[in-house]
Design a protein around this ligand. Structure first.
Ligand code: ATP
Length: 278
């Protein structure tokens, strides 16, 4: 990533320390950011994030334990909080404040969230699920959705093999591939992934994460929320550590992976994620 010049924040006045630290990472201008983002469920605070940035064409990861506020962050950025959730602060995309945009507007402008639950249509085939992901572009007569489908089948040959199979009969790894593939049918600029490794065997996690790396190479900007800190920090460019709703550490991913506090809390030998399915 060091070949990318940083010019985004240089033009802004009154840089905060976090912006300066981020600039040091030499990742390029932020495509999407949050500023002073504060989320409550009813009166209970869930997230207090002064700032977080995702540069163009980078993988930024947010690691943290159960309940740290990772999904809350993604849902707030997507404008998709549950009804008892209230957000204050700003989401900035392409230098425009989009905090009051609807989910549909955000999707229309290239934001896409793959939720932890994956939310596939179990009684529809793999191909039908994928086509639904491209429906907005199809309806807008955006050309190229057929090419995108072919591209996704190339990226995930297993989805091609199983294209006539019902989504409900797929393995955990294949379901995650399908969730990713469906998101890609919308040709997103920013892909937000909520725990793509959840419940998957290490070999499958590695396959999924290699695909995420391939997406970065195609210029997609990725915000990867993970409990599997080891896998996430291996592929990310930059990382944030979230604890009980607050960013307690941030930095270049490989430096974070060597930070004793991260090693002790997230990468220690005793820290193993359970798997349910390959
Ligand atoms: P997990 O991996 O378990 O989903 P997370 O880091 O994604 O964890 P969140 O789901 O964002 O964490 O939850 C952050 C905090 O907000 C937790 O204390 C959780 O119990 C609480 N919370 C999440 N959703 C709601 C809700 N709809 N109503 C009330 N509290 C909620």
């Amino acid at each position: 990533m060091s070949d990318r010049g940083f010019d985004g924040f240089k033009t802004m006045s009154n840089q905060t320390q976090a912006e300066q630290d981020f600039q040091m990472a030499d990742l390029g201008p932020a495509l999407i950011s949050v500023r002073q983002l504060n989320v409550h469920y009813g009166t209970v605070p869930a997230l207090d994030c002064p700032e977080l940035h995702v540069p163009q064409g980078a993988i930024v990861t947010v690691i943290g334990a159960n309940g740290a506020g990772k999904s809350t962050l993604l849902n707030a950025m997507m404008g998709n909080l549950p009804t008892n959730g209230h957000a204050r602060g700003e989401v900035v995309y392409r230098e425009q404040v989009i905090s009051d945009w609807s989910v549909e507007q955000r999707v229309g402008q290239g934001l896409c969230l793959v939720p932890e639950s994956r939310e596939l249509f179990a009684s529809m085939t793999v191909e039908e699920n994928l086509l639904l992901g491209g429906f907005r572009l199809y309806r807008q007569r955006v050309s190229g959705w057929r090419d995108t489908l072919a591209d996704i089948f190339e990226l995930f040959p297993r989805l091609h093999e199983r294209r006539r199979q019902l989504a409900g009969t797929l393995s955990g790894g294949e379901r995650q591939m399908l969730a990713l593939g469906r998101a890609l049918m919308a040709q997103p600029q920013v892909l937000m992934l909520d725990e793509p490794s959840l419940g998957l065997a290490p070999l499958i996690v590695s396959e999924i994460f290699q695909t995420i790396v391939a997406l970065r190479a195609r210029g997609v900007s990725i915000l990867l929320v993970e409990q599997n800190a080891r896998a996430a920090l291996q592929i990310a460019d930059y990382g944030y550590v979230l604890e009980t709703g607050e960013v307690v550490l941030q930095g270049i991913a490989h430096e974070l992976a060597n930070d004793p506090r991260v090693i002790e809390s997230y990468l220690g030998l005793g820290h193993q994620e359970p798997t349910e399915d390959a």
